[in-house]
Design a protein. Structure first.
Length: 387
């Protein structure tokens, strides 16, 4: 959140009880995106948790950053869009850097995810393409708000997760990039090592930034290396609880909700040389359930960009989600959700330093069990303004 051109306002703030008044440096900025999509169905399959998407007619992000004291910052951001839901703070956290000459900080509050490397690219000026990768966007058929009593109920919901984003159900994504969680994390680097490690209230699939209904927290983090300029890679992981308290009625004798874990293992790679850049991430996620055993998914994406000297670029992304097999009461073995593939391409142009135009095309392939593959083609456009 510390990039872009900012309008600066000087205000007087009280730094802490019992201290003298000091000057707090408050900086405001915004990011406005105007979007077009060739079909409403395509927009639905790109929706995020709160019903918005990167293809909405407009999305306005507002940022407030304050330097309260040397080494102490506060960051707040919110998002306005043409959809349902109240105005909320997407992020609201303090960042403390105790030593000016060391890259080591403590971040606490409603914080960006410290796993993976996509969090900075949730913003359109950092995203080469228009859409969000499936592993950070797609909602599965696994429900959080009400327990599914057996495997049959899980597979009956296969392919319906994206259609539930009208508030009627709460179905789990893999990593919810649209919804950050409350927690604390230490992050920094000691060349060539970079790291982040901390704890959050909920889980990457279902955060609990307000009231926490899950019995326990999630420990998560990332370790990465930058051995030479243009090369970066790392691994991330998380482990915690995910089921709310009302699932306890289903527990077998002697078991506790804390026994059922949501775990993930991730890997990332970035390569850059001249005008060519390549990035990719992979994930293995497992939910342990009371009534349907272990539900797993493997997924990932790779994307490439070729930059031209006139400010234009070409970008491509290919990705997939592969769900594990389960066996129903009828002894049918099948995946617990519909496997997905998606391909996206964009021609982009940097009109000015703060204005970007993107024209794109997207194809999503969904494979329902014992049925023909469903293909959804979509044309997209986006115009982004930083101010």
């Amino acid at each position: 959140m510390r990039h872009g051109r900012w309008a600066t306002l000087r205000v007087i703030a009280l730094l802490a009880p019992g201290t003298a008044r000091g000057a707090a440096d408050v900086k405001l900025r915004g990011l406005l995106d105007l979007g077009l999509a060739s079909s409403e169905e395509g927009r639905v399959w790109n929706r995020l948790t709160f019903g918005d998407s990167n293809l909405d007619p407009y999305r306005l992000r507002l940022f407030l950053d304050a330097q309260l004291a040397p080494g102490l910052e506060v960051h707040v951001q919110t998002l306005l869009h043409e959809g349902w839901g109240p105005l909320r703070a997407d992020g609201a956290y303090a960042l403390w850097t105790p030593w000016a000459n060391r890259d080591l900080s403590i971040e606490a509050g409603k914080i960006p995810w410290p796993i993976g490397v996509y969090a900075p690219r949730t913003y359109s000026d950092k995203n080469w393409l228009i859409g969000t990768p499936l592993m950070y966007q797609y909602h599965t058929g696994l429900r959080w708000d009400a327990p599914q009593l057996n495997v049959d109920e899980v597979v009956a919901a296969a392919g319906t997760g994206q259609l539930s984003l009208d508030g009627s159900k709460d179905q789990l994504p893999i990593v919810d990039e649209r919804w950050w969680d409350t927690g604390a994390v230490a992050l920094g680097s000691l060349r060539p090592l970079e790291f982040s490690f901390g704890v959050v209230q909920g889980s990457p699939a279902w955060p609990s930034p307000g009231e926490d209904d899950t019995p326990g927290q999630t420990v998560l983090g990332r370790i990465g290396l930058v051995p030479v300029p243009g090369v970066r890679f790392g691994v991330s992981g998380s482990d915690g609880t995910w089921m709310p308290q009302w699932y306890a009625v289903l527990l077998p004798v002697g078991a506790a909700l804390r026994d059922y874990r949501e775990t993930s293992l991730m890997a990332d790679l970035e390569l850059a040389r001249g005008p060519f850049e390549l990035r990719g991430e992979a994930i293995h996620r497992r939910w342990q359930t009371i009534t349907a055993g272990n539900l797993e998914v493997d997924g990932g994406y790779g994307e490439a960009r070729w930059s031209l000297e006139n400010g234009a670029w070409l970008a491509l992304r290919g990705e997939a989600l592969q769900f594990s097999d389960v066996t129903t009461s009828a002894l049918v073995t099948r995946t617990w959700d519909d496997n997905l593939q998606r391909f996206e391409g964009v021609i982009g142009y940097r009109v000015t330093r703060d204005v970007r135009l993107k024209l794109g095309a997207q194809r999503t392939l969904r494979q329902p069990y014992a049925a023909d593959r469903v293909t959804l083609d979509l044309l997209t456009a986006s115009l982004g303004f930083k101010f």
